[in-house]
Structure formats: C-alpha cells, structure tokens
Design a protein around this ligand. Structure first.
Ligand SMILES: Nc1ncnc2c1ncn2[C@@H]1O[C@H](COP(=O)(O)OP(=O)(O)OP(=O)(O)O)[C@@H](O)[C@H]1O
Ligand SMILES: [Mg+2]
Length: 293
C-alpha cells in the first residue's frame, strides 16, 4: 500500500515545553486512521505539523512523499482539512464561504455541494456570524467533502454536531473511504472512530503508545464473559487471566485476558457450561484501560 502520510520520530517543542516526543505512524491509500488520545496529548500539534502550519524540531513528516513543511503548497492542493473549531468570515454567508473554500482548492463538485447542503440541513443564505457552533462545523465539512482530495484530515470534525448530523458525517466519510481516499480522523467520539477506522493510533503525552487495527488492539485487552454452569463457578475466580469476577447464583460475569482465554474456557467446560456470552471490548474500554494504567 502506498503511503500517503508518513510520520517518523516527530518531535516538537513550544519554548521549553516538549509537546511531541516521538510520534510515528502512516496512513495508506484507502485507509482511515483514527487518531485518539486524551486532551493535550499532541493530536492537533501533530496535525498542524502535517499541514505545514507549524515547523517540527525533528523527525520525518511526509505527505504524498513530499516534505510537509517545505512542500506544503504543493501538498495543500490535494488535501482537505477540517478543524474542530471552523473559523468563518462573519459577514459572508455560509454558501459564499463554501464557494470561497472550493475556489481556493481549485474547484469542486457543484452537485455534491448541493447534496451536502441538503443532507447537513444547512441554510447557506445566512451570514456566518449568525451560525451556531454546529452550523459553522457544517460549513467546514461541506467545503471539505465536496472537493476531490487525496487526503482528508479531520481534527474533531463533529464537535457541536447533533447525533443525526454525526451520522451523516460518518456516512459521507465512508463514501470517500470507499472511493479509495486516505483519511486521518482525530476524534473523542470513540464510536465514530470504531465505526470508521481501519487502524487506530493512540497518543499520550506526546508519544504514540499503541498502533494497530481494532482487532489487533483488542488482543491486548479483555473480553467480558458471562457464564452459567452446572458445577460450582467460584473455582474460576482464581484462574490466571480472570478479573473482576462477580457471581450470582448459577451465573458469573468476569473480564478475561484474551491471551488466557483457552485455559479459562477449558476450566469452564469441566463445570458443564449451560450458557456462554462473550462481549469484545469496545474502543472505549480499550482507551479507558490504557489511561487508567
Ligand atoms: N502554540 C502553542 N504554544 C505552547 N504550547 C502549545 C501550543 N500548542 C499546543 N501546545 C501544548 O502542546 C500540548 C499538546 O496540545 P494539542 O493541542 O496538540 O493536544 P490535543 O491532543 O489536540 O488535545 P485536545 O484533545 O484537547 O484537542 C498541550 O499541552 C498544549 O498546551
Ligand atoms: Mg486538539
């Protein structure tokens, strides 16, 4: 897979404060990469170095094989970017601003523009200063989605959108993904990342601490298992890999380290399994577990 984005050993200091220590990841063509981490972890700083807005101190940052800082002009004509707080010209209407963004990009799809305005239920005739937060985001999203880019960078794009509009966004991202475009999506809405991302990059205190597909990351964590057996379940509580064991009569619920799942199941079948339920961890479980240590 051709690498659209390549970040290697990225470092960035603001004065004496080291915001990024070691950030490395790639985004391939047709790949949606979820970029997640707690507040202040360095997501937006990473994205701003990708966009050539700020200059890095060390490391490699390439888009389309070009240097993100030196070749930013050439790169920009092929990317779309939506920040979490879209800033607009207050005295222009939403429609005028969308057209301006499209022009700056060197053209866009007019039919798509109309479709998106309709789907996002935006009134394009209103002046930007009268828009709510959610409506400002819609202007940015519509402008970004109706131009044909090779890379879409979203930094908390749906902040302020209601759940219905959030769903429209997800739908539209799926379309560009299916068209083979590359997408870097930073978001605190983990269900959004879970639905869309092929790969997840977790950043914490300026370092990438985990990278992989959701399935790969799930292996690092635990599933929730509910069991009902004929025999005495309490013996399972002390098996290696069993955590948070809770028993009520014939039924027990616990979390199980995926690496010990075979031993746990072998022990359970000896008791005569009557009911078995396993729920894989959500991205949220994974995230929480990671951050709680
Ligand atoms: N221009 C700047 N000057 C000084 N410090 C900065 C600057 N920009 C970012 N920082 C600091 O760098 C760290 C990373 O910030 P960044 O905005 O990248 O975090 P983030 O992961 O995007 O967080 P959030 O989830 O809140 O958006 C923070 O501690 C922030 O205060
Ligand atoms: Mg941010």
């Amino acid at each position: 897979m051709a690498e659209i984005v390549k970040v290697q050993g990225l470092q960035k200091k603001f004065g004496k404060f080291q915001a990024l220590y070691d950030v490395s990841f790639t985004v391939g063509a047709g790949e949606v990469v979820g970029f997640i981490g707690p507040n202040g972890a360095g997501k937006s700083t990473t994205i701003r170095t990708l966009l050539g807005i700020i200059q890095r101190d060390a490391g490699l940052v390439e888009i389309f094989g070009k240097d993100a800082w030196k070749d930013s002009l050439a790169i920009h004509s092929r990317i779309s970017y939506v920040p979490g707080d879209v800033a607009l010209w207050p005295n222009l209407t939403g429609g005028e601003i969308i057209d301006l963004f499209i022009k700056l990009h060197g053209g866009g799809d007019q039919k798509k523009r109309e479709q998106l305005i309709e789907r996002f239920e935006l009134d394009p005739k209103k002046k930007a200063k009268s828009y709510s937060k959610g409506n400002r985001q819609k202007v940015g999203l519509i402008a970004a989605l109706c131009v044909d880019s090779d890379l879409y960078i979203f930094d908390e794009p749906t902040s302020g959108l209601d759940p219905l509009m959030e769903a429209v966004f997800q739908d539209e991202v799926e379309k560009i993904k299916n068209a083979g475009k590359a997408i870097l999506l930073s978001s605190h809405i983990l269900s959004e990342v879970e639905r869309l991302a092929d790969k997840v990059v977790i950043i914490r205190q300026g370092k990438v601490v985990e990278t992989g597909t959701l399935n790969e990351l799930r292996h690092l964590t635990r599933s929730t298992i509910t069991l009902e057996t004929s025999g005495d379940l309490s013996t399972l509580a002390s098996i290696v890999g069993v955590h948070d064991f809770v028993q009520t009569d014939q039924q027990a619920t616990f979390s199980a380290d995926n690496q010990y799942i075979n031993d746990i199941l072998l022990a359970a079948t000896k008791l005569g399994v009557k009911k078995f339920e396993a729920v894989p961890p959500t991205l949220e479980d994974l995230f929480m577990r990671h951050y709680e240590g």
